[in-house]
Design a protein around this ligand. Structure first.
Ligand code: ADP
Ligand code: MG
Length: 331
């Protein structure tokens, strides 16, 4: 069998901070096959962006990384500079969280999309580059004539499409999209995500799509990895994770973010009080236990291992235990 496009193995990322070591990613495994869209879900602070940054070895200098990030079977974390550059140029590209604000306000968007093509492809004439830019704009659903626009002349959704066009400019094999639409309103968000996932499917590239919103991922992804406090707490087919979550945290996430277009769900309670723990000061045992409606004595001794359940995996010692419904006092 050929190597998967991306295989992250036992990845640990720890940040050195003024207040001590901060373990942001703790033993994460994740695989993306060609033509597959893999979602990474979890609240803010759970380590999603940290995980994304290691795919192209773009983690900050205060980070210590161990484990493997295999791109096409070769470890990005240890490969030589020349090879890493090749991966960064045409192997994988990242749409960063907040990238919307990274367009240069004084350059036309056509020139900005052309830039990676110019840098990474030798000897393409002006005409070829212009037509390639037009083609990319067309693919993300923008009129090629918009190449002459400046960023301020575009809406948020259009700017996000430009970011996607830039990410696709060098024909990457893998696209990592870190909350690509979080700044957009719900309708525009859905449009942009559809553009992105259609492109991924058409081109048979692989994609890692990060979002705090499980409902968005459920619609677009093949599989989803749910992270909590730097660990994988559940992994499996996207629809199942959303509609029949095994881990109480996945359950809370799927209840917290109602489905787009479901009027009844709009009024559902957010349902998950509190915040993820401070990574520098994790509770002993299951790190979700302090917020978990199902927490019991068995959750406290150790952090649960990820266990396989058919085609999925979850890290919760309470799976299979009967769920006690709140009982009315017997009279
Ligand atoms: P997410 O993308 O899921 O919101 P992040 O990966 O951004 O999570 O952050 C995970 C944890 O790492 C958080 O506690 C965050 O404060 C911390 N963190 C992120 N970047 C740095 C950094 N450069 N230095 C120190 N801590 C960081
Ligand atoms: Mg993030």
């Amino acid at each position: 069998m050929s190597d998967p496009l991306l295989a992250i193995r036992d990845l640990h990322v720890t940040y050195a901070t003024g207040e001590g070591a901060l373990p942001a990613v703790r033993g994460v495994d994740l695989t993306v096959a060609r033509g597959q869209i893999v979602g990474v879900a979890g609240e803010s602070g759970c380590g999603k962006s940290t995980l994304a940054s290691t795919v192209l070895r773009l983690q900050p200098t205060n980070a210590t990384v161990t484990g493997e990030v295999l791109f096409d079977g070769r470890d990005v974390l240890t490969m030589r500079w020349g090879d890493l550059r090749a991966v960064r140029w045409s192997g994988a590209s990242i749409v960063f969280q907040g990238a919307l604000h990274s367009l240069n306000p004084v350059h036309r968007i056509g020139a900005q999309i052309a830039e990676p093509i110019l840098v990474h492809t030798e000897g393409l004439g002006d005409e070829r580059i212009r037509s390639r830019v037009g083609e990319l704009l067309d693919q993300v659903g923008l009129d090629p004539a918009r190449a002459r626009a400046y960023p301020h002349q575009l809406s948020g959704g259009q700017k996000q499409r430009v970011m996607i066009a830039m990410a696709l400019a060098c024909d990457p094999e893998l696209v990592v999209a870190d909350e690509p639409t979080t700044a957009l309103d719900v309708m525009v968000q859905a449009q942009v995500l559809n553009v992105l996932s259609d492109l991924v499917r058409e081109r048979e590239v692989g994609m890692m799509m990060i979002s705090h919103d499980l409902s968005v991922l459920a619609d677009l992804c093949d599989r989803i990895t749910v992270m909590y406090a730097g660990r994988v707490v559940e992994e499996g087919p996207a629809k199942q994770i959303f509609s029949e979550p095994l881990h109480p945290y996945s359950g809370a996430l799927s209840a917290a973010f109602p489905r787009v277009g479901d009027p009844a769900a709009r009024f559902a309670p957010a349902g998950l009080p509190g915040d993820p723990p401070d990574a520098r000061n994790l509770p002993g045992g299951c790190s979700f236990a302090p917020r978990c409606p199902r927490a019991a004595e068995v959750c406290l001794p150790a952090e649960p291992e990820l266990m396989a359940y058919d085609d999925r995996a979850a890290a919760c010692v309470r799976i299979g235990d009967p769920v006690e419904e709140p009982q009315e006092a017997a009279s």
